[in-house]
Design a protein around this ligand. Structure first.
Ligand SMILES: Nc1ncnc2c1ncn2[C@@H]1O[C@H](COP(=O)(O)OP(=O)(O)OP(=O)(O)O)[C@@H](O)[C@H]1O
Length: 245
């Protein structure tokens, strides 16, 4: 079973004049098993910084982060805002490129492409796909290496509302079929409620404001009354927090 253990995480940035700004201020977070956790919060609250530190892209100033899968270090996948497909490779070749373990990769690639509904487009080049299709390929690629932990940074933020709604459904489907420990950064409360088991709300100043458990049946649709009600409630709490900041 995979786990993310964050203890007392602090991140300070230093500007050119040597002045320090605290961006994350004592984050404690424990995520384990097949759990989908969203990190939401206003712009500048440190969501991306937190994800980058968990992934190891950025260093931390204090505290600790441990990513484990049983008694070994966890294998981690990352889905960026922009899918970053290699334009000179076909879809299938893009998936092949990231496989550390090449045995059985073709079946794996086909399986995850099928799950995002693009199994028939393996021979296309990225330029022959829409933005939404490219992001679906990015998600299939991340799942195809079968990481223990998947980190996602606003993967749908630059897509239109219809496309991101359909992508959320694809993501939930692929996650239900191939459950991973997921940490998903978004500024979109709708997205967070629809996808998550737990929502961690970061407040300005980089502290955890509250944690909300989402105990709703899956698969979920944004239009389900229970999902819509919880979205409204979380949004209202979010607005109160922003107003108080
Ligand atoms: N390399 C850096 N050097 C200095 N400050 C930085 C650096 N990266 C981020 N910051 C600052 O850290 C704070 C948090 O940034 P971060 O991108 O993590 O926030 P966020 O919640 O993801 O915001 P958004 O929703 O707008 O993407 C911001 O005030 C930002 O200006």
């Amino acid at each position: 079973m995979a786990s993310i253990e964050i203890d007392g995480l602090v991140k300070d940035y230093q500007n050119r004049q040597g002045k320090q700004t605290r961006v994350l201020d004592g984050i404690d977070l424990s995520i384990s098993g097949e759990t989908f956790v969203s990190i939401v919060g206003p712009s500048g609250s440190g969501k991306t910084t937190l994800l980058n530190i968990v992934s190891g892209i950025e260093s931390l100033s204090n505290g600790s982060v441990r990513l484990r899968a049983g008694d070994r270090d966890a294998k981690v996948g990352y889905v960026f805002q922009d899918p970053r497909l290699l334009p000179w490779r076909t879809v299938t070749q893009n998936l092949r490129f990231v496989q550390h373990d090449r045995s059985g990769w073709e079946q794996r690639a086909q399986h995850y492409l099928d799950l995002v509904g693009l199994g028939h487009l393996g021979d296309r080049y990225p330029a022959q796909l829409s933005g939404g299709q490219q992001q679906r390929i990015g998600i299939a690629r991340a799942f195809s290496v079968e990481p223990d932990i998947l980190l996602m940074d606003e993967p749908f933020s630059h897509l239109d509302a219809m496309t991101s709604r359909s992508l959320r459904e694809h993501l939930e489907r692929i996650w239900l079929e191939s459950r991973r420990t997921v940490m998903f950064v978004t500024h979109d409360v709708t997205e967070a409620v629809q996808l998550s088991d737990r929502i961690v709300v970061l407040a300005p100043g980089g502290r955890i404001h509250e944690t909300i458990e989402v105990d709703l049946p899956r698969p979920r649709r944004a239009s389900d009354p229970a999902v819509a009600m919880l979205q409204a409630e979380v949004l209202a709490r979010f607005e109160v927090m922003e107003a108080a900041a």
